[in-house]
Structures are given as C-alpha cells and as structure tokens.
Design a protein around this ligand. Structure first.
Ligand code: PEP
Length: 252
C-alpha cells in the first residue's frame, strides 16, 4: 500500500510574511491528516532556513526546486546538494518542465542532478511529461520513455528505490487544463510498467505523482486512480485553503 504524497511547488513566489501566514495555516490544518498521506513544500532557496525553522517537528516536510549536478566549484549562482542538506531538505524537484524549457536542461543533465540529489540522501522528485504538440503527434509514451531511460541508463533502475516521479503534462502546467483522470492514469500505468519491466518490487512501491492544474475541485477524482499516488501542486499550493483541501483529498 503506497502512502499518498502531496508536494507544493511554490516556484518563484512568496516572501517572508506570506510564507509564514501560508505555512501556519497549512501546518494547523493538515496536522490530523498525516496517517494516510504525507505532505511537503518545495520553496525558493533563500527561504529554506525560515521554512526549516517553521516546519521542523510538524507533519509537513520541505525541499527545494532545483540543485546543481556538481558538488562544488566555480559555478556562479548554483546551489549544491550539500547546501540543501545543510537545511535538512527531504526532497528536491528535478527536471521540472520549466527548467527543461527555459533553462535548457536535457535528459542527461536531469539524470546528473538526480544522481547528485541521491548521493546526498535527498529524495529527487523527477518530473517527466510531454508537450501539447507531442501529445497531438501521438508520441507521449515515446517521450516519457526517453525521459525515464536517460535515468535508467546512467544511474540504474535502483535509482527509483529512493525517488519519486511526477508526471506533469506540460500542456497542463499553470494553464488551468487538467489531464482527465483516465488520461493521467494511462500515463501513470505506462510509467509503472516501464519500471516494472526492470524491477517489479521497485515499481510496486514507487510513488508517481500527477501535476498539472490540480485544484481542490479535481484532486479527489485524480487521486482515486490506482496508479496516481498524490500530486505536485503549483498555483494551488500558494493558497492555504486550496492546498489543505488537496491534502485532505489525498488523505481520504
Ligand atoms: C507545477 O508547477 O509543477 C505545477 C503542476 O503547476 P500548476 O499546479 O500550477 O499547474
């Protein structure tokens, strides 16, 4: 039985005051839900110390949204896995479609970042997903397979022992267009099958989150699908009532 996971991706939003108000409300309202589900927020780097201080000893974990593939060196502006360890991050999002499309992260770089996170003991949340054009061209499964194969070939299938996958169709991120529960389930089942072809034990326990315009109003029907193990939540994670409602849907 997989315990559902709901992760907020704050992207480049927030400030010290708003973060405090948001987290106070989230922590209070999800405190009685953690038996059936787990919760986390992935926040901008500068807020890690204050978020750590607010969330330690609560039922909400925290993490970052990116990391460098390198451990240290002359990489101006980058943040290493060791630095995330200093702030006790449990999770780091890797290969979000915004990193792939805006910052040119390739499948190979994403694999290196995944490896760096795992070496440091941080659970990578590996994002995969197709664009609208790729779905229309009927190559969704091919794209997802390439994204997963890059990891399997460079790190090995054991990577998925200590990782989470987020299936995020690019056309659904921040657009208000959600994949239907069946559309999402089909891709989740495909992802689990790819992993199961190599190791069925890992595939059975692997958490595969859905991301892409998850809202309070559609979370429950998505989370009821057999291979959807929770959500990666962008916009709705910035509004306490919405995020809490999504967490509640995961804990049913
Ligand atoms: C995301 O940023 O990963 C995401 C899914 O965003 P949204 O929920 O806003 O579509």
């Amino acid at each position: 039985m997989r315990k559902k996971l709901v992760v907020g991706n704050w992207k480049m939003h927030g400030n010290l005051l708003e973060n405090r108000q948001l987290l106070e409300s989230v922590v209070t309202n999800v405190s009685n839900m953690h038996e059936k589900a787990q919760f986390a927020v992935c926040v901008p780097f500068p807020y890690l110390p204050s978020v750590q201080a607010m969330l330690q000893n609560t039922s909400v974990s925290w993490g970052a949204q990116n990391l460098s593939q390198f451990d240290k060196g002359a990489y101006t502006g980058e943040v290493s896995s060791g630095m995330l360890v200093d702030f006790a991050c449990d999770f780091v999002i890797v290969g979000h479609s915004e990193r792939r499309s805006i910052y040119g992260e390739t499948n190979e770089v994403v694999a290196e970042k995944c490896a760096a996170a795992q070496r440091a003991g941080i659970t990578p949340i590996l994002c995969v997903g197709e664009t609208y054009e790729q779905r229309e061209a009927g190559i969704t499964e091919k794209i997802i397979k390439e994204q997963l194969d890059a990891i399997i070939q460079s790190i090995g299938i054991d990577f998925f022992n200590q990782a989470v996958i987020a299936y995020e169709p690019v056309w659904a991120i921040g657009t208000g267009k959600t994949a239907s529960p069946q559309q999402a389930q089909d891709v989740h089942a495909f992802i689990r099958k790819i992993i199961a072809n190599q190791n069925s034990v890992i595939a059975d326990v692997l958490l595969i989150l859905y991301g892409g315009s998850v809202k309070a109003s559609n979370a429950q029907e998505l989370f009821m699908m057999p291979d959807i193990d929770g959500g990666l939540i962008g916009g709705a994670s910035l509004v306490a009532d919405d995020f809490v409602a999504i967490c509640r849907a995961a804990s049913q």
